[in-house]
Design a protein around this ligand. Structure first.
Ligand code: NAD
Length: 460
């Protein structure tokens, strides 16, 4: 029984962005009483009135259902949150600070806003992605800011959800990790996730649980992201090799992926990784390693560099394909060339444009003088805010009209399913760069397009 008298803990999710809002809504769906907490009044107003402030398939419907159920509320008031919750999940942003180090100011603000209001024993659970050692630092903040007679347990449960697939990932995780230092904390973590385990049991599934110390739990997330980033940069380095050797990286990856030790996932060469997580997380991980005197993680700097070179690679390819002056390879003259950029989100099924390779390439192309039109099925509004210097189109056709070159930079289904023959009637020149290697070259070449992938036969 929790000090508030409940056996099923009441949960707060502090920070209602991509992570926290999805959690708040999905845990209400699992039957918990939930309060989402944020400092952004617009976001909270939107959520209260049933509007998910970002694009996430299926989430609107779950939000509406649970607002109606009365189990789900949202607030900007930390005193209300402290009075309500037994378990408080920290889901605020941890952006990149100077020198790549994670900026923990929002974590600090969340903790120091909440804990002075506490009047009973509670647990804080970190879900944000943080440097190893953060739990101990939060414990220290709690000792300094919580009332002296209130015990605050701090545990860590890293989060692995993927935007675009987040509802499913939260309701049906492939594993959960509990980092805790006491039996009470482990019991409270189980109670706060019982809905997830019950759902799995009803569906005859198992959710593996890893119970560990807090430092290991903190490391699981950054180590996983570092591994995924390494896998992507590895296959992208192979794409560069394929270009140099006249080989095909798609077939190479397919053949490699059949080896179960390697696996086919995250082995697609393309424009590289982006988003609000992988790039900043590997930089923060490398920076934390240096702080701890560990030099073995320096290879992550090269993983990052390979990834950033993918973006300039697309510009080189565009210049070569358009027959432009490439005497300055890093700054080819693309003036007067109209380019359709298909994609702005950092990946399909999200409107998230944080550190988006598509927008980065678009900015580089425009910087070389190209006349651009950028289109994205969901990310246009965020793209306009993040990159107001670019020109946007309301539809794929508008973007492609009279284009000398089409660049596919986000692998949305809308672009994968486009009819090459129909698009040929819209553009000025039938040239396409498939920077995600997500199209079937034969289909495009078959109806007369000049097709280039990254690391595929024929790439100059
Ligand atoms: P986000 O920027 O979408 O959301 C962060 C939210 O925190 C914002 O709504 C912001 O207003 C709020 N916030 C800031 N300061 C606050 C405070 N003092 N009190 C209350 N709320 C505050 O970020 P996100 O994508 O949801 O990521 C959050 C964390 O989760 C990051 O550490 C990220 O690395 C990690 N993570 C994200 C994902 C993902 O797919 N987005 C997946 C796993 C882990």
């Amino acid at each position: 029984t929790f000090p508030s008298g409940t056996t099923r803990p009441r949960l707060t999710f502090i920070g209602t962005g991509y992570l926290g809002a999805t959690y708040a809504i999905c845990f209400a769906e699992l039957g918990y009483e939930v309060l989402g907490v944020d400092v952004d009044t617009d976001k909270i107003e939107n959520l209260r009135s049933g509007v998910v402030p970002f694009h996430e398939p299926g989430l609107d419907e779950v939000l509406h259902r649970n607002l109606d159920s009365g189990r789900l509320g949202f607030t900007t008031d930390f005193a209300e949150a402290a009075a309500f919750g037994d378990v408080h999940f920290i889901c605020v942003g941890t952006p990149q600070g100077p020198e790549g180090v994670a900026d923990l100011r929002y974590v600090e603000a969340a903790v120091t806003s909440l804990v002075p209001h506490l009047d009973r024993k509670v647990m804080l659970v970190g879900k944000s992605t943080v440097p190893v050692g953060t739990t101990e630092w939060i414990r220290d903040l709690c000792r300094r800011f919580a009332p002296t007679d209130v015990a605050v347990e701090v545990a860590w449960s890293p989060e692995f959800l993927q935007e675009g697939h987040a509802v499913e990932d939260v309701l049906r995780p492939d594993r959960v990790v509990f980092g805790a230092s006491s039996d009470w904390a482990i019991d409270a973590l189980y109670a706060a996730h019982k809905g997830v385990f019950d759902l799995a049991m009803n569906e005859d599934r198992e959710v593996p649980v890893v119970i560990t110390d807090v430092a290991t739990a903190e490391l699981v997330k950054v180590a996983s992201n570092a591994f995924l980033a390494t896998k992507i940069s590895f296959i992208n380095a192979m794409a560069t090799m394929c270009d140099a050797a006249g080989a095909d990286v798609a077939q190479l990856a397919r053949a490699m992926g059949y080896d179960e030790r390697i696996g086919s996932k995250f082995l697609r060469a393309g424009v590289g990784f982006g988003g609000g997580c992988l790039p900043k997380d590997i930089r923060a991980f490398a920076a934390r390693a240096e702080q701890l005197g560990v030099t073995d993680l320096r290879f992550l700097g090269e993983i990052d560099a390979i990834n950033r070179r993918r973006r300039t690679r697309v510009v080189e390819l565009a210049a070569a394909l358009l027959g432009c002056d490439v005497s300055r390879p890093t700054q080819p003259d693309l003036s007067g060339r109209r380019i359709a950029v298909l994609g702005a989100a950092f990946k399909p099924n999200t409107d998230d444009v944080r550190d988006s390779p598509a927008l980065a390439v678009a900015s580089l192309l425009q910087g070389c003088g190209a006349d651009l039109r950028v289109y994205d099925p969901a990310g246009l509004q965020n793209a306009q805010a993040a990159a107001p210097h670019l020109t946007y189109a309301k539809s794929l056709e508008d973007a492609a009209r009279d284009a000398d070159l089409v660049c596919v930079l986000t692998a949305w289904d809308e672009f994968r399913n486009v009819e090459p023959a129909a698009l040929a009637g819209v553009v000025r020149q039938t040239r396409i760069i498939d920077a995600m290697n997500c199209l079937d070259p034969a289909e495009w070449i078959g109806v007369g397009w000049t097709y280039r992938g990254l690391g595929r036969y024929g790439s100059p």
